[in-house]
Design a protein around this ligand. Structure first.
Ligand code: SIN
Length: 489
């Protein structure tokens, strides 16, 4: 068994909350435990912030806002670029942290660090490219200017499934736009955020920039942080990544303050395989779309909709590919599938698989909870799954691939769109006309054609329907932190 954290990382990891450029304990002195999900052992204790701590953090973000928004875009850009350089240089240390608290295999953690750093680099470049508009009014009576202003202090609430990437794609555009922030890391994965926040804090200090630009409040209760801040009129922005259920609650809480909100919520991605697909490519894409972070991504392929003529062959090859995966501690050599994040996640996945099997689904591989420490679930392929099984209608968030068949393109499209979610869809076909019809008709904010992965820091990530509001990444990501101001001249 490998130790979860290199001693050099553990020795320098801040475990407090960051307020106004200073790490400190929670006012109450309370702490909470962070576990390694691959062993179910506690690896760290961190400060457990409460309402008073949250207000302290907002005070600091408010104080820093004016000087930060007046800081030259080039200076903001240079800061982000330096953070990018440091993240890249320390990839191995950060990846070790991501694996220790989140469980994913080290290769995936390294890929996540690179993905996160790319957001920081992209927004270091966008910081100096915030455009406005100037034109003559149609009536010829005046000129119209549209300026962009940072919206103000932002609350950024991050999920546990990508402890560095999700926080980077919120902090980087916020800082590039001139906003300051209070960051609430996920209860299960606060360590990586602390590490990254310290990198930013040190760069701010070295450049004599406002200390309270980034503040961090780890807490065992997201509500203790969000409730006082969402009713505080000084907060002007909320960005949340997490479940649709929690997103809806936060939207309701943000309504009285008419807060700008970005919501990156749940998904139920269809993965369509047509009869003309390259099956080798489809299986490779399926493993990628399904198994990243053991299926715990909101863009995970949730339902495999496969043309009846190729369903047997596709299922056979997918089963073989799943059987070749190596389950284990993410820090161990050769491991390709890590644990789920906590015991409740294993119980939920086991429950939806059992319900599908009771309804007639055939378990081609997996369907078991391995007898070992930690929160593991075996990679699972199900065929003959009823279209109304929970494993199809609900977001699984685990390493389970249910296969459902269709007979023609209309049926495929109807099944793909038969969900309240609309985050992402994947389709494998060699027919360009069909690919374009799907691009027009599939109800999703992102569509991967012959690709099992769409995520890219330079592209707009986000969903339709109950999958969210707004976009992160690309040119649109910074707009979420800017208000247009129209000047009639
Ligand atoms: C997510 O699952 O929340 C994000 C995944 C990604 O950015 O690729």
């Amino acid at each position: 068994m490998t130790s979860p954290l290199p001693p050099t990382v553990a020795a320098h990891l801040p475990t407090g909350m960051l307020v106004g450029g200073r790490w400190r304990a929670a006012r109450s002195g309370a702490t909470f435990e962070v576990e390694d999900p691959a062993t179910a052992r506690t690896i760290f204790e961190v400060a457990d912030a409460d309402e008073a701590d949250a207000r302290d953090a907002l005070d600091a973000a408010v104080e820093a806002f004016d000087p930060w928004r007046r800081t030259a875009p080039r200076v903001r850009s240079d800061l982000l670029r330096a953070v990018f350089d440091t993240l890249v240089a320390r990839t191995d240390d950060i990846a070790a942290l991501v694996t220790a608290e989140g469980g994913k295999p080290l290769a995936e953690s390294r890929a996540e660090v690179a993905y996160a750093a790319e957001y920081v680099r992209w927004y270091s470049e966008q910081a100096v490219r915030v455009d406005g508009l100037a034109r003559r009014a149609p009536a010829g009576t005046h000129h119209q200017l549209v300026l962009r202003r940072p919206v103000g202090p932002a609350l950024l609430i991050a999920p546990w499934n990508f402890p560095i990437a999700m926080i980077a794609r919120k902090i980087a555009p916020a800082l590039a736009a001139g906003c300051t922030c209070v960051v609430k890391p996920a209860r299960l994965t606060p360590l990586t955020t602390a590490y990254v926040a310290e990198v930013i804090r040190a760069e701010l200090e070295a450049r004599d920039l406002p200390a309270g630009v980034v503040n961090v409040v780890p807490s065992s209760s997201a509500r203790r942080i969000s409730e006082p801040l969402l009713v505080d009129p000084r907060l002007r922005k909320l960005s949340f990544t997490g479940s649709t259920e929690v997103g809806a609650t936060l939207l309701a809480a943000a309504a009285p303050s008419i807060l700008r909100t970005s919501m990156e919520l749940g998904g139920n991605a269809p993965f369509l395989v047509f009869a003309d697909a390259d099956l080798d490519a489809a299986v490779e894409g399926a493993v990628q779309a399904k198994m990243r972070n053991s299926g715990q991504t909101c863009v995970a392929a949730n339902r495999f909709l496969v043309h009846a003529s190729v369903a047997d062959e596709f299922s056979r090859r997918l089963t073989r590919a799943f059987e070749g995966l190596v389950l284990g501690h993410g820090a161990d050599d050769g491991v390709t599938v890590g644990p789920l994040i906590e015991r409740a996640a294993v119980e939920r996945v086991a429950e939806v698989v059992a319900q599908a099997a009771d309804g007639g689904a055939r378990v081609r591989t997996g369907g078991t909870v391995p007898r070992r420490a930690g929160y593991f679930y075996a990679p699972t392929v199900l065929t003959d799954v009823a279209p109304d099984a929970r494993v199809v209608t609900e977001e699984i968030f685990g390493p389970v691939a249910p296969v459902v068949t269709f007979d023609d393109e209309d049926e495929a499209l109807r099944l793909a769109n038969a969900t309240p979610f609309g985050l992402v869809a994947y389709a494998y076909t060699r027919d360009v006309g069909r690919a374009m019809r799907l691009a027009d008709e599939v109800q999703a904010g992102m569509i991967g054609i012959n690709r099992g992965m769409v995520s890219d820091a330079s592209a707009p990530f986000g969903g339709l329907k109950t999958s969210g509001l707004g976009r992160e990444g690309g040119e649109l990501g910074i707009e979420e932190y800017l208000d247009p101001v129209y000047v009639a001249l």
